[in-house]
Ligand binder design. Structure first.
Ligand SMILES: [Zn+2]
Length: 382
């Protein structure tokens, strides 16, 4: 599995949808991932189709497919109807229901949520456990362990792995460096749970999990930022088709960046004017409840602050989309419109004017992102 604290990307399949050159010793893993990635996104294909699509030889494809069938990852699903002469081609596909994935989301306000998912990211079963009463490391871990057990009991197929989206800064080897709400610091969540359950476990920041769901299931481009807005604000980034992690593993920690030079509302961190202080949902709801007639103006003001906060990021990374995930009722059109207008006003004309800010359509975005973590690490699929 992953080693050490060295920054690297997302697991064994590491390069998502990548076509860059690989070293010879990586070629086999690369070819495996390429074939599975193609099947995953294209659906049923013949071996000849796969050879054409991937540029790999028929012999290589046959070998790999035989291996996948033996592993139970790929299955023959029938023959294609043919009109012309020649043998009908046997179609193969990822065995999408043959394995299950467990996704866990620790970012909820009251519960840890979990799901059993199939390989397409569809939720099959749900379980949850209440958040522990205190931010004690062992209490939080015991709750995660119990939820994982409930989900393993609910799975009816072999489980490919467990993906966890957790609040806090998480190292690529699944050590939670800091998650104050759960009482974790330098907590080896991934290796400990993996050791106890004898299953692959992957733990990442919840926003970093969410952006993977958007990328894999949401038709998102290869350069995007996903911003989760709730009680707090956090972002996950994908650039050039790869998750951006950062030297401190804290890429996307934009919630406590002060937006503007005026004081602004007080933040939970003690400062004034953090992005999170401006746009967190409870603050906006309270402000609107206190002055219902000013609802649109309140939302516009918050949207402007978001636009100011992300303009530099969009320009520095040349992002194509900014996707929001959160309460769509609280953060309605005036918010998104103002954010979009502000972003365009503050970035180079003629270059960034087509950058979109939109809401994600994904439900269970962290759970599904956690499933992508497992797909990516175990199969090289993203
Ligand atoms: Zn703050």
């Amino acid at each position: 599995m992953l080693t050490g604290g060295r920054p690297h990307s997302f697991g064994a399949g590491s390069r998502l949808r990548s076509r860059t050159k690989v070293l010879p010793e990586q070629a086999r893993a690369h070819n495996r991932a390429l074939v599975l990635q193609t099947l995953y996104h294209r659906g049923a294909l013949s071996r000849a189709d796969l050879s054409r699509e991937t540029g790999l030889t028929r012999v290589t494809i046959s070998d790999l497919v035989a291996e996948f069938i033996a592993d139970g990852i790929v299955t023959e699903i029938g023959v294609r109807e043919v009109t012309g002469p020649g043998k009908p081609a046997i179609l193969i596909d990822i065995d999408r229901t043959g394995h299950h994935i467990i996704g866990i989301d620790l970012s909820g306000a009251a519960e840890f949520e979990g799901a059993v998912l199939d390989l397409d990211g569809s939720v099959l079963e749900r379980r949850s456990v209440p958040l522990p009463d205190a931010a004690e490391p062992e209490l939080a871990y015991a709750a995660v362990r119990r939820l994982a057990g409930l989900l393993l009991d609910a799975a009816t197929r072999p489980v490919l792995g467990i993906g966890i989206g957790t609040p806090g800064v998480v190292r690529p080897d699944g050590v939670v460096l800091s998650a104050p709400n759960l009482g974790w610091s330098d907590f080896s969540l991934e290796s400990r749970l993996q050791g106890e359950l004898s299953l692959p476990v992957l733990a990442r920041n919840d926003a970093n999990a969410a952006v993977l769901a958007e990328y894999t299931f949401g038709d998102a481009p290869a350069d995007l930022m996903l911003i989760r807005i709730g009680r707090g604000v956090g972002a996950g980034l994908i650039t050039g088709g790869e998750p951006l992690v950062g030297g401190r593993f804290a890429a996307g920690e934009i919630g406590h960046v002060v937006v503007g030079t005026d004081p602004g509302p007080e933040c939970a961190c003690g400062r004034h004017g953090c992005l999170e202080a401006w746009v967190n949902v409870p603050r906006l709801e309270n402000a609107v409840a206190a002055a219902p007639d000013e609802r649109d103006a309140i939302l516009r003001q918050a949207g402007e602050r978001l636009g100011i906060g992300i303009a530099q990021i969009v320009a520095a990374l040349d992002l194509s989309e900014v996707v929001l995930s959160g309460d769509r009722t609280a953060l309605s059109d005036p918010f998104v419109d103002a954010a979009t207008r502000t972003l365009h006003e503050r970035t180079l004309d003629g270059v960034f004017e087509d950058v979109i800010i939109r809401f994600s359509d994904q439900r269970d975005i962290v759970l599904r992102g956690a499933a992508v973590m497992v797909l990516s690490a175990q199969l090289g699929v993203s």
